[in-house]
Write a new protein. Structure first.
Length: 256
């Protein structure tokens, strides 16, 4: 639920109506998952559940989204398969002399393209903090772990989508169902918040931590593909990202 934060509002030159920690917007499952994760971190989350177009009418918002994907080879078709990742925990060294992992821009671009193509993808205005560092296939990944979960049908994407919606409802994030993100609001060149269209009118909401966006519609039940060969064993739901990435993807996380 949004709150009025007089100090944060007074520190800004914009006429904010409310202040929250995080705004999550879009009908895609990535925004739902990030909203759940942030709520469980006891952050104040405003959730706008209406679908976001890949071509928003607001020119500043459109330009921002374009800038996020300029160097990404955008896929023609959406990928509706629920991704699986095997990973193990790693100890993060705080020693300044520790070896720095090499940066592979092509890997980051490939991951960004996967996120854009998937209804489980999410775009962040700021790189999320407080994620768990894991190691997968020789690469460091970041994961916001939502909890234990294992699909029981051969359409795990559809099943997980319903599970995420149930988790959102349990946390009271659907009290203002139908809220739409009209446009992003910028302050000093950075995303500072959003104009949200609600049943009570348009509200200007500041996000002090960041904004998470899922572009495009959520698939209908009949559109989800059959995935009969998921690995066996305990699994968790996680929003997975990469070091220095502003993209995330909901995946099933298995221990390697």
């Amino acid at each position: 639920m949004a709150r009025i934060d007089e100090e944060a509002i007074e520190a800004s030159e914009l006429p904010w109506d409310y202040v929250v920690d995080v705004i999550c917007a879009g009908a895609g499952l990535g925004a739902l998952a990030h909203a759940i994760w942030c709520t469980d971190l006891e952050l104040d989350v405003e959730f706008a559940d209406a679908e976001l177009s890949s071509e928003p009418s607001d020119p500043d918002t459109a330009a921002y989204l374009k800038s996020m994907t300029d160097d990404v080879d955008l896929p023609i078709d959406r990928d509706l398969e629920l991704a699986v990742v095997r990973a193990k925990p790693v100890v993060v060294s705080k020693d300044r002399k520790a070896t720095i992992e090499p940066f592979f821009g092509s890997r980051l671009r490939d991951f960004s393209a996967r996120c854009v193509a998937s209804p489980f993808g999410v775009i962040y205005s700021q790189i999320p903090e407080n994620m768990t560092t894991l190691r997968s296939s020789g690469e460091t990944i970041q994961a916001g772990i939502l909890g234990d979960y294992r699909p029981e049908t051969d359409r795990p994407g559809c099943e997980l989508a319903e599970w995420l919606r149930g988790q959102i409802d349990e946390r009271g994030l659907l009290e203002d169902a139908g809220t739409t993100l009209e446009r992003l609001v910028f302050e000093e060149g950075r995303v500072a918040g959003a104009a949200l269209a609600t049943a009570a009118g348009t509200r200007l909401v500041r996000a002090t931590v960041g904004i998470a966006l899922s572009i495009g519609p959520a698939p209908s039940s009949a559109d989800w593909p059959v995935q009969p060969d998921l690995p066996v064993g305990p699994t968790q739901v996680a929003v997975v990202s990469r070091t220095a990435s502003r993209f995330g993807l909901v995946e099933l996380l298995y221990s390697s």
